[in-house]
Design a protein around this ligand. Structure first.
Ligand code: ADP
Length: 136
């Protein structure tokens, strides 16, 4: 059992995000907490220049709202966190800063062959200093 678990959710695959949140709930101490994290990737300047200002400005708040919907009804003590940057680096940094005991991550985006580990998942497994549970 773990007192603090980090669950990174890719908003393009909320279904699997809910599944790993369910696993975290089962592995959590009764008085423990889950941090659900989404990392908003930085948009290259040449792409941002083509988008309405409001779209770029609201990326983080929209991600926060999407996390609220994805975690609605969870029985656990869940904290939501949105960070900017590269997903793998931000997940590893968050795990260290928040001193979590476990990261639970999905293996890859839907549709890829089962023997692949996604790029974010494999970087997190290689660089995290805490245990990582990879769900297939
Ligand atoms: P793929 O390379 O097949 O797209 P990834 O390794 O990027 O697969 O994604 C696997 C898992 O990594 C996701 O389901 C999620 O748990 C985590 N993840 C990926 N991108 C993000 C992100 N931007 N924010 C939070 N978690 C993410």
């Amino acid at each position: 059992m773990y007192s603090k678990i980090l669950v990174p959710i890719d908003l393009s695959d909320v279904g699997h995000g809910k599944k790993i949140l369910g696993i975290a709930e089962k592995l959590l101490d009764p008085d423990g907490s889950i941090i659900v994290l989404n990392v908003v990737e930085d948009i290259p300047g040449y792409v941002a220049a083509e988008l309405p200002d409001a779209v770029v400005r609201d990326l983080s708040s929209n991600a926060h709202k999407a996390l609220e919907e994805a975690t609605y009804g969870s029985s656990a003590n869940v904290t939501l966190e949105v960070r900017r940057g590269s997903p793998a680096s931000a997940i590893v940094a968050a795990a260290e800063q928040l001193e979590v005991g476990l990261i639970i991550i999905a293996s890859h985006s839907p549709g890829l062959a089962d023997y692949f580990l996604g790029s974010t998942a494999s970087r997190v497994v290689r660089h995290a200093k805490c245990p990582v549970l990879v769900d297939r």
